[in-house]
Design a protein around this ligand. Structure first.
Ligand SMILES: Nc1ncnc2c1ncn2[C@@H]1O[C@H](COP(=O)(O)OP(=O)(O)OP(=O)(O)O)[C@@H](O)[C@H]1O
Length: 392
């Protein structure tokens, strides 16, 4: 709910504030660029202004909610509020709070959350909270029986006083937190048609790393639906990053999968992962990516025991990032729904169909190297060479 007259979005970032001034400036530049791109992509009018550790979006009242929701999708943003801007004089702030109460309070408990960045002002945050609370009370007491609850109020009137403006707001929309996208190095994101890998890719983006999506076409074991799901999730991820290239490297893997299915029972899935990682490594050197991100989690599948993750990881010299390593499936599904990459599908495709009846849970590298095709890594190199860039 925004206040009448709210035409600005106040943005709060978190980890960015812990940086030195130079790094902070760089990260705030990244954030401002990303916010501008997100607004343009969604056709929302708004000018981004960088001020006092608190970027602002100047828009109009008709678009302030949409601009707030957009800001809350930007990586690095902890929360965003649609705000009304008033003068810093205490009387003006209290008058604005009274008006806000008349317009938006309809019974229940309330509190004033007041903050003052400019310590030279002739009042304290406590003064503001107390006198603002009184102004609100007096504005509504004829119609309601107002009650103050500082611990768990039904409605919180926020006040943030900066050097030359005070902002009044009623809501804080939570953002993803993390760091602005583009402030860290890019990574290759191995994206399957499943639920986990898009969430893992999103988590890396949330920490500032742009992703280079890679999908391995599994031939008859994957299929059109499998690929379509992978593309759809990348399309969704790209909506969070309209100023970043999100074309997908589609890698031909069908022949290698056929060979693994024909020649390997034990360890087949591990060799397939080793093929994925090695292919990703070749693509990484092409696009200067600094790691590989996957959707793997400890023990989620037999190929994902710690022992097996250790063995498969040895196929590449690049670090493999597994942001979901310790996540439960229910949490991954909840996050996928939240970020809109969850695509309900009953198709039985992808690695599920490649998996043998008896799964390997405790692989050792030496025997695995004896079983797997001698040319597995040459195949990976060739597959990376043949990879095609596809618009998701
Ligand atoms: N066809 C593929 N193309 C690219 N990467 C893949 C593919 N299949 C699997 N991966 C990567 O390997 C990881 C582990 O594979 P797994 O078999 O668990 O995938 P999945 O269950 O099909 O999909 P997800 O892990 O995304 O739910 C995936 O999280 C993903 O990062």
């Amino acid at each position: 709910m925004h206040l009448p007259g709210a035409d600005t979005v106040l943005i709060r970032h978190g980890d960015v504030n812990t940086k030195s001034n130079t790094v902070k400036r760089y990260m705030e530049d990244c954030l401002a660029e990303n916010l501008t791109a997100l607004l343009a992509d969604r056709s929302i009018p708004g000018e981004v202004e960088r001020r006092w550790n608190r970027p602002l979006i100047h828009t109009d009242e008709a678009h302030v909610d949409a601009a707030t929701a957009t800001a809350a999708d930007a990586f690095g943003v902890v929360s965003a509020s649609p705000v009304r801007t008033v003068d810093t004089a205490k009387g003006e702030i209290c008058a604005a709070l009274a008006e806000a109460a008349e317009a938006c309070y309809d019974g229940g408990t309330f509190a004033v959350d007041a903050r003052r960045a400019d310590k030279s002002l002739p009042y304290t945050s406590e003064d503001l909270a107390r006198e603002g609370g009184t102004a609100i009370w007096e504005a509504v007491e004829d119609e309601f029986e107002p009650e103050v609850d500082l611990d768990d109020p039904d409605l919180t009137f926020g006040v943030e006083v900066r050097e030359d403006f005070a902002f009044i707001y009623l809501e804080k929309v939570p953002g993803p937190g993390g760091l602005p996208l583009g402030s860290q190095e890019p990574v290759i994101a191995l994206i399957s048609g499943g639920i986990d890998s898009p969430v893992a890719a999103y988590e890396m983006m949330r920490r500032g790393s742009p992703i280079v999506p890679v999908y391995v076409d599994l031939g008859d074991y994957g299929g059109i639906d499998h690929e379509a799901r992978a593309m759809e999730t990348v399309r969704t991820l790209s909506r969070y990053a309209p100023n970043f290239d999100m074309q997908v490297y589609t890698v031909p893997g069908g022949e290698t999968v056929d060979l693994l299915v024909e020649t390997m029972e034990q360890g087949r899935m591990l060799s397939l992962r080793r093929f994925f990682y090695r292919t990703a490594e070749h693509l990484a050197s092409r696009v200067d990516a600094h790691g590989i991100v996957t959707g793997e989690a400890v023990g989620q599948k037999s190929s994902q025991t710690l022992q097996n993750l250790g063995v498969t990881s040895r196929a590449t010299r690049l670090p493999i990032h597994r942001p979901l390593l310790t996540w439960d499936k229910a949490d991954i599904v909840a996050k996928a729904r939240k970020i809109d990459t969850f695509t309900q599908s009953t198709i039985n495709a992808g690695c599920n169909r490649v998996a043998p009846d008896r799964a390997e849970t405790n692989a050792r590298l030496k025997p695995l190297l004896e079983y797997e095709p001698d040319d597995l890594f040459e195949r990976a190199e060739e597959a990376a060479r043949q990879a095609e860039l596809v618009e998701p």
